[in-house]
Each structure stands twice: as structure tokens, then as C-alpha cells.
Design a protein around this ligand. Structure first.
Ligand code: FAD
Ligand code: EPU
Length: 338
């Protein structure tokens, strides 16, 4: 186990924020993860599990032990005529797993192409995009409790998956390390191009050409056209969750803004794109020093260069206040603020 003191986290977070961690341990196995947890315990320091750092905003140096999960491995563990179960180490890059499955024509995660980060973090907020969510293909995961190093397997019913949430982002936040994930994919893929921008991109493509590989390519094209490349412009994707309001509130907004975009949820409420709200506040493409909002997607907060985590956080608070003032809606951060 390689223990590094006072390590820069610049390369370990996609906001490209320059902070240090008191201790940093990269772990390639469950045993190393357990060793790192023990070390944090001995030093009476808080541990922080880190994947790709693509959903984290560090606002200051981390006075604790960063445990970087790098457990690798992708393995088909069960296969029938209809489905496959794929076991994957939590430190695998999510998009490598997607590519592996698309190449083999295992369907179910092609709409989740090009989401940054690791497989182990995917269940934390039940990653979702272009009409699909992790929970649709989730089978089980295994991990270790930080408090006593006990291992536990969670099945779908145990995980409390919802829109950008799960038990691991809520009551088990910072209490459980995911070490491997099992997904159940289909060998008879169903094409899902219902999401509006994907439907538009797929419109002219004959149905026999619409394979999961094609869907994956279209999703990648759309994502590249509206999301900044983290290597060039630091960001963590959507900074806030899309808020959900009741019918009265949604109607009020519709009356004032005829171009308002609203999606009805299963329980008769309305989801409003936070990017649209921020744009309507006149904040799309704004910049304060090196922090700002992306000019093609207002929901993405960006670091144009040397913005600190504090500066990005202050900008997020300013945006929250403006949206609350103009729409009486409280935006909730999707990104984990440390
Ligand atoms: P990290 O940022 O390292 O960690 C996120 C949280 O999970 C932290 O609280 C961390 O402590 C915890 N954690 C990480 N690994 C583990 C583990 N093994 N066990 C326990 N806890 C753990 N998300 C979407 O849902 N949909 C999108 O379309 C999407 N698009 C994005 C586009 C861009 C350009 C970027 C930068 C981000 C986007 N995201 C999106 C957000 C992000 O990619 C996902 O949330 C991803 O799952 C985070 O993975 P990570 O490994 O980087 O997690
Ligand atoms: N919109 C605007 N102005 C903007 C941004 C968006 O008017 O500046 C409008 C768009 O025109 C569109 C609607 O808002 O009509 C929705 O926009 P988009 O399709 O880009 O999706 P989103 O709601 O902004 C969500 C997820 C993304 C995910 C995409 C695709 C959340 C918080 N974000 O974004 O996830 O990739 O849908 O499914 O749910 C992430 O979580 O980090 C993330 C990037």
C-alpha cells in the first residue's frame, strides 16, 4: 500500500481545483481499501472515497485520508440466451465498461455513454442520461462498511434508487465503500431514443441501422456538442439537480414564460430544467474571474483556469439566490461539496 503525504488533488478532480490531501492512498484491491480505512482510523482522520473526482467540488484542502478506488476487472459471471451478468471492479472507468458492453452487443447502458467517472460511483447518484438510469440494469453491489470493515451485498431493492440519489448518497454517505458492481444486461437489446435531443439525432436513421452501437455514437455526439471537455475546461457536469415543483407552481411559471420547459413526473408533479431557469436569470455564459457557467449549458459550472473551489462555490450560491428570487425554487446541488 503506497501512502503519500500532502498530495495535490489537481489531477484527481475534474473541476481542476488545486487542493492538497493530508494523506492519499491508491487502492487496487478490497484488502488495500480495508488497510487504508484502518490507517485513517489509527490517525483519527476522516476518510474520503474518491473515484474519478467528476462529481466533487473541493472547497479547501482535505485534512484526512483520500482513498482512491482503483479496483479493476470486468468479467461475465453468468450468461443465458437472454441476458448476461457482468461483474466489474469499482475502480474501472465507467465508459470503458460501456464500450466493452456495446462491442459485445450487451444492451442497457449505451444511453449512458461517455459519463465520466468510475463504475463504483455510478450507483451513488444512480447516474442517468438520455432516457436511461443505472437502476434499470443494476443487479447488485458489494462493499465494506467504514465503521467495522464488515462486507455487505446490496440488491436493487436495498439501494433506494431515485433521481440522482440512492441510500449511498443519503444515509450511508461516507459510511460504505463500494468495491464491485454487478449489472444485468440484455442480449436482445431494445433501442431507446425517446429523449428529445436523441430522438432528433436519430430521426433520419433507418431502424435497421439503429443498433446500440449507433445509439452510443449519437449520445457521444450530443454530449460533445453541449458539455465541456474536462481536460480543457474544469467542470463536474450538471452542478444542480433539476427541481421538481407542484402543478400550481408549474402553471405560474408557464403563464409568465410561454417558452417554459416542463416534464410531468409519474406522481403528477413537474420537473423544470435547472439550465433553463439559470438561463432565464440571465446567467448563461457568465464569468466571475475564472469561475463561470458554460455558454452552451447554463447548468454546468466551469473553471476556466485557476478558479478556487471557494470561488466556484460562491458562484453556485449566487446562482441559487437568483433562481430562488426569480422563480421561488430552491436548487439543490448534485455535486458533492467537500
Ligand atoms: P467521484 O466524483 O470520485 O465521487 C462522487 C461521490 O461518490 C463522492 O461523494 C465520493 O466519496 C463517492 N464515491 C466515489 N466512489 C465511491 C465508492 N467506490 N464507494 C463509495 N463512495 C464512492 N452524472 C450523471 O448522472 N449523468 C450525466 O450525464 C453526467 N454527465 C457528466 C458530464 C461531465 C462532463 C462531468 C464532469 C460529470 C458528469 N456527471 C454525470 C457526474 C459524474 O460523472 C457522475 O456522478 C459519476 O458517477 C461520478 O463518478 P466518479 O468516479 O468521478 O465519482
Ligand atoms: N436548457 C436551456 N438552457 C440551458 C440548458 C438547458 O434552456 O442553458 C434546456 C434545453 O434546451 C432542454 C432542457 O433544458 O430543453 C434540458 O436540457 P438537457 O437535455 O441538456 O438536459 P439537462 O436537464 O440540463 C440532464 C442531466 C444531465 C444529462 C442530461 C441528458 C440533471 C441534473 N442533468 O441535464 O446529467 O446528461 O439531462 O439526459 O438531471 C449530470 O448529472 O452531471 C448530467 C450532465
Amino acid at each position: 500500500m503506497n501512502i503519500i503525504e500532502n498530495k495535490s488533488l489537481l489531477k484527481y478532480n475534474t473541476f481542476n481545483v488545486d487542493v492538497n490531501s493530508e494523506y492519499f492512498i491508491e487502492c487496487n484491491s478490497k484488502e488495500e481499501i480495508k488497510g487504508a480505512i484502518k490507517l485513517a482510523d489509527e490517525k483519527i482522520l476522516p476518510p474520503l472515497i474518491l473515484g474519478g473526482g467528476s462529481n466533487i467540488l473541493f472547497t479547501k484542502d482535505f485534512e484526512g485520508v483520500v482513498i482512491k478506488n482503483s479496483i479493476k476487472g470486468i468479467e461475465v459471471i453468468e450468461e443465458t440466451d437472454e441476458h448476461v451478468l457482468i461483474k466489474c471492479g469499482a475502480g474501472e472507468i465507467w465508459d470503458n465498461l460501456v464500450e466493452f458492453c456495446v462491442e459485445k452487443n450487451f444492451g442497457g447502458i449505451e444511453n449512458l455513454s461517455l459519463i465520466p467517472g468510475t463504475v463504483g460511483a455510478a450507483p451513488i447518484q444512480n447516474i442517468g442520461a438520455y432516457g436511461a438510469e443505472l437502476k434499470d440494469v443494476f443487479y447488485s453491489l458489494t462493499g465494506v462498511f467504514l465503521s467495522n470493515l464488515q462486507e455487505k451485498v446490496f440488491y436493487e431493492k436495498d439501494c433506494k434508487f431515485g433521481y440522482r440519489c440512492s441510500i449511498f448518497k443519503d444515509e450511508l454517505k461516507n459510511k460504505f465503500v463500494i468495491t464491485e458492481v454487478v449489472l444485468k444486461l440484455t442480449k436482445n437489446p431494445l433501442i431507446n431514443t425517446d429523449y428529445s435531443s436523441l430522438a432528433k439525432a436519430a430521426f433520419d436513421i433507418p431502424s435497421e441501422e439503429l443498433t446500440i452501437k449507433k445509439v452510443s455514437e449519437l449520445v457521444k455526439q450530443i454530449r460533445r456538442s453541449k458539455l465541456p471537455d474536462t481536460k480543457e475546461i474544469g467542470n463536474a457536469g450538471s452542478f444542480f439537480k433539476n427541481p421538481i415543483v407542484d402543478k400550481n407552481h408549474a402553471e405560474k411559471i408557464k403563464l409568465e414564460f410561454t417558452d417554459s420547459i416542463q416534464y410531468e413526473t409519474e406522481d403528477g408533479q413537474f420537473k423544470i430544467p435547472a439550465g433553463w431557469l439559470i438561463e432565464k436569470c440571465g446567467l448563461k455564459g457568465m464569468r466571475v474571474g475564472d469561475s463561470g457557467t458554460y455558454d452552451k449549458q447554463a447548468l454546468v459550472l466551469v473553471n476556466h483556469g485557476k478558479a478556487s473551489g471557494q470561488e466556484i462555490y460562491k458562484l453556485a450560491e449566487f446562482i441559487r439566490k437568483q433562481v430562488s428570487f426569480n422563480f421561488n425554487i430552491n436548487l439543490e446541488a448534485e455535486v458533492n461539496i467537500i
